[in-house]
Design a protein around this ligand. Sequence first.
Ligand SMILES: Nc1ncnc2c1ncn2[C@@H]1O[C@H](COP(=O)(O)OP(=O)(O)OP(=O)(O)O)[C@@H](O)[C@H]1O
Ligand SMILES: [Mg+2]
Length: 269
Amino acid sequence: MSTQDTEQYKITKEPFYEAQSNEVALYSAAYGARLPMMVKGPTGCGKSRFIEYMAWKLGRPLITVACNEDMTASDLVGRYLLDANGTRWLDGPLTTAARIGAICYLDEIVEARQDTTVVIHPLTDHRRTLPLDKKGELVEAHADFQLVISYNPGYQSLMKDLKQSTKQRFVALDFDYAGTELEADILVKETGIDKAIAEKLVQVGVTARNLKGHGLDEGISTRLLVYAASLINGGIAARDACRMALVRPITDDADIRSTLDHAIDAVFD
Ligand SMILES: Nc1ncnc2c1ncn2[C@@H]1O[C@H](COP(=O)(O)OP(=O)(O)OP(=O)(O)O)[C@@H](O)[C@H]1O
Ligand SMILES: [Mg+2]
């Protein structure tokens, strides 16, 4: 594996990440012990940003894979390809990460089928190996390799959950939306929006989060608040930006939409 491959996955610029608690120290300790890590929390609360930040801080390349139910073990591990010169083996992202000592981030791992998920087992226990069955090779993970998975608790059906034998290979960190002050600060730093407007956006977010379980499956994410702030920065009126970024994407229920629209009107009166 050439150094070029490693460089390609290096994060060169510090990603903006506002810590909520002691997660940076906890993650650093887990990485120090090379423990596989699970990050849990609702959509758009900063999990991926945190992993990017940690990869940058630890100086490790980051390889991210968005998992889906059509994904096969070969998509992770690699496969033989046919080309003009015959067949050629191509490493999958997991194999590349294990070889170069990257942090491999499997996003939304529960979406993958269980027969796909089990390929990570030998990499996530004392063996730290990855068997490439089709190639007849046993890859020993680089000393700096670490596996990270993300997981949105609560979205899983019984059919779609990780097996205990998979879960119990990881340490886990819970994430949630930042507290109001911190979240407003994130909006300001991420988008350059006015502090007063950021605080109002967060207020709308809090209102929606209180409706979770009362007609809403999930509250408004920090990601959507960032969208709204960007629209307002682009000259869109706050009420329109909020309707478009915060309300229309999350629900089709007329009553809930009207409740949220009224909350927006009250906040931005
Ligand atoms: N603590 C934070 N520091 C900086 N930015 C944040 C933070 N939390 C959230 N954000 C902002 O929210 C956006 C969404 O965060 P991110 O993509 O990390 O969510 P996620 O938890 O990975 O969501 P998903 O489960 O949908 O993948 C980021 O692009 C960033 O703008
Ligand atoms: Mg993510």
